[in-house]
Each structure stands twice: as structure tokens, then as C-alpha cells.
Design a protein around this ligand. Structure first.
Ligand SMILES: Nc1ncnc2c1ncn2[C@@H]1O[C@H](COP(=O)(O)OP(=O)(O)O)[C@@H](O)[C@H]1O
Ligand SMILES: [Mg+2]
Length: 330
């Protein structure tokens, strides 16, 4: 099997929020490896620490009470946790960029689209304004929006939700980042536009070689777009591996529950019916396996001792005591 280098390595990441009510351990010992040119999906219910992981990678925790308490985030071998603010700012929108769930949070409402995109280019490239404007226009055209020249002269409020999402994608990609983080980029959009945006991301990936960290709660989308999958629960990785291996041979009861709750075409699913109960309050984390209180297969050891990773298949690991009975320890 060919081995590609990891463009991004998250090692033993702990991101905590120091609130008046105590310390919230939102991300508590996460390891994720993103291979060059690959798309890796991060899945898990709301509150599992997906966005906080992404914000840690982007160094976007300032203005919150959050902090990387421990661990490393190696981008192309360099630890971005331990570099200065100026260097962090240069990385964002340069080597690495992010598409957020809500486009308005990353677009400036009082600046024309053309100028926003152009400024993005100028921040990272030493070229003339005219050249940067042209580059911005070309990228916007690649996202498939009609009447690009006119849109460059419009303000965000003059665009539809789908158009704004495309502008944000253009903005995230205009500097050809090595790593693109997409945090539930299509959740706010209707289904046909969702499909178009996903196609677009895949095409751009083929053209530019960008590696993608794709955060979603939609496992159907993961099956179509990702090479690898990381399943998160309570600030931890509970299972990860090759997309084929995870779908064909899911091991962790939580992953199995998520897979069983993939909504059928045309059926609206707001709740994960196959997983009873809900994500525990971070202030009252269970002692052993964090999923044990909701797990139909839990036995004594599960509630007293947290499992480490066990190998399910080559490159596929699961944090579940049931695997110990079947296979080897990592
Ligand atoms: N700014 C914040 N202050 C305090 N707690 C936060 C903050 N942001 C996120 N959290 C907590 O961190 C946990 C993980 O959140 P998040 O990463 O947003 O989950 P996900 O993206 O998987 O839905 C949640 O319990 C959430 O309440
Ligand atoms: Mg989130």
C-alpha cells in the first residue's frame, strides 16, 4: 500500500475552556492524521468537540476562554500551537483555511465581494491589485456562480445563502491552502445546493491537491466524499480508519449507532433513534468509557476503566473493550 506523508498531525490534543463554572474539557486527548491530498471526515453528535478541534487547528480560540492545554498540532511538520500570533495570522487563509457553517460569520457585511476576495489574495501574495482582482474573479467563477463580474461588485446581503456559501468557499480556496477545514459547510443549505457545493469541493481538490478536513454529522456524505473517517465522542476519538473499513466493519457501538441512523432518502431525521440517551454534560463525565451509559453492550469494566485503542483491521482502530476480546491492542 502506498504511504503518503501527513500534511496535518494532531497529537494528544487537549483543548479546555476555563469558565466560571469550572474547566470544560471539550477536546481531551485527540490524535488525528490527515494525509496529503486526502479528505478526512470527522463525525459525531453535536457537542463531541469537532468544532473545537477545528478552531484549535486554526488558532481561533482567542476571544474565548479556551486554550490548548496540552498536545501538538503539526502542520507540515511545524507545531502551530507554539508559534507567535503574527505567524498564526499568516497561516490562516494561507497554508490553511476554513469554511464555517454560517457564511455571514466570515464575510464582511459592508465590503463588496470583489474587494474581500482581492484583499485575501493580497494578504498572502505579492502581486498587483489588478492581478489579485483577476485571480479572485477566476476563483469565484470556478465555484460555478453565474454573472461573476456583477457579483464582484455586490455586497453579501445582495446574495442568496447558496451564493454566499460559494463566495466563502472561493475565499477559503483563493490562496490555494494546503489544508482546508470545512465545518458542516452545507448544513444551512437546501439539498440540491448541498450536492453542488460538495461536487465543487471535490473538483477543486482534484485541481489544487488540497487536503480536506471535513466535519459533518452526515455519514451519507462521508461515504461519498471521504477517504478516512474519525468518529468523535465526548472530546475523544472513539474509532478511526479507512472509510471502506469503517462502513463495512464498524466496531464501536457508537459508530454502529451513527451508521444505523443515516437518514433514508426523503425522510427527515432530527434525532438519532438508534442511540438512546444523550451526550453527557461535560461537567459530569462518566468515569470509564464515556459511551458506557448509553451502550447496550456495556459490562462492568466499561464503567470503571476507560479503554485505549484496539486494532480492528490494518489502519482501523476502536476504543472499546469489546474489541479486546476479538483482537489485539495497539
Ligand atoms: N466558547 C466556549 N466556551 C465554553 N464551552 C465551549 C465553547 N465552545 C464549545 N464549548 C463546549 O465544548 C464542547 C464541544 O463543542 P463543539 O466542538 O462545538 O462540538 P461539535 O462541533 O462536535 O458539535 C461542548 O460541550 C461545548 O459546550
Ligand atoms: Mg460544531
Amino acid at each position: 500500500m502506498e504511504t503518503k506523508k501527513n500534511i496535518l498531525e494532531i497529537k494528544n490534543l487537549h483543548t479546555y475552556f476555563y469558565t466560571d463554572g469550572g474547566v470544560i474539557k471539550s477536546v481531551d486527548g485527540v490524535d488525528i492524521e490527515l494525509k496529503e491530498g486526502a479528505t478526512l471526515g470527522i463525525v459525531g453528535e453535536s457537542g463531541s468537540g469537532k468544532s473545537v478541534t477545528a478552531l484549535s487547528v486554526m488558532s481561533l480560540l482567542m476571544g474565548t476562554r479556551g486554550k490548548v492545554a496540552e498536545g501538538e498540532i503539526l502542520l507540515d511538520g511545524k507545531d502551530v500551537v507554539r508559534i507567535g500570533e503574527e505567524e498564526k495570522r499568516k497561516l490562516r487563509g494561507g497554508k490553511i483555511s476554513m469554511i464555517f457553517q454560517e457564511p455571514m460569520t466570515s464575510l464582511n457585511p459592508v465590503m463588496k465581494i470583489g474587494r474581500q476576495l482581492t484583499e485575501c489574495v493580497l494578504q498572502h501574495e505579492n502581486i498587483s491589485k489588478e492581478e489579485a482582482y483577476k485571480k479572485a474573479e477566476d476563483m469565484l467563477r470556478m465555484t460555478g456562480v453565474p454573472r461573476v463580474e456583477r457579483m464582484m461588485r455586490e455586497y453579501p446581503f445582495q446574495l442568496s445563502g447558496g451564493q454566499r456559501q460559494r463566495v466563502m468557499i472561493a475565499m477559503a480556496l483563493v490562496c490555494k491552502p494546503e489544508v482546508l477545514i470545512a465545518d458542516e459547510p452545507t448544513t444551512a443549505l437546501d439539498v440540491t445546493i448541498q450536492a453542488q457545493i460538495l461536487d465543487l469541493m471535490n473538483n477543486l481538490k482534484k485541481e489544487t491537491g488540497t487536503s480536506i478536513l471535513f466535519i459533518t454529522h452526515d455519514l451519507g456524505v462521508v461515504a461519498e466524499t471521504c477517504d478516512e473517517v474519525v468518529v468523535m465522542y465526548c472530546g475523544r476519538v472513539v474509532e478511526k480508519g479507512d472509510v471502506k473499513s469503517i462502513f463495512a466493519n464498524p466496531s464501536h457501538p457508537y459508530t454502529k449507532g451513527l451508521l444505523a441512523s443515516i437518514p433514508k432518502l426523503g425522510v427527515q431525521a432530527d434525532q438519532l433513534e438508534s442511540i438512546p440517551g444523550s451526550v453527557p454534560n461535560p461537567k459530569y463525565m462518566p468515569k470509564g468509557c464515556k459511551f458506557a451509559p448509553r451502550c447496550a453492550h456495556a459490562f462492568d469494566q466499561c464503567s470503571s476503566q476507560e479503554p485505549g485503542f484496539f486494532v480492528v483491521e490494518d489502519g482501523h482502530v476502536s476504543r472499546c473493550w469489546l474489541c479486546e476480546k476479538k483482537g489485539g491492542e495497539e
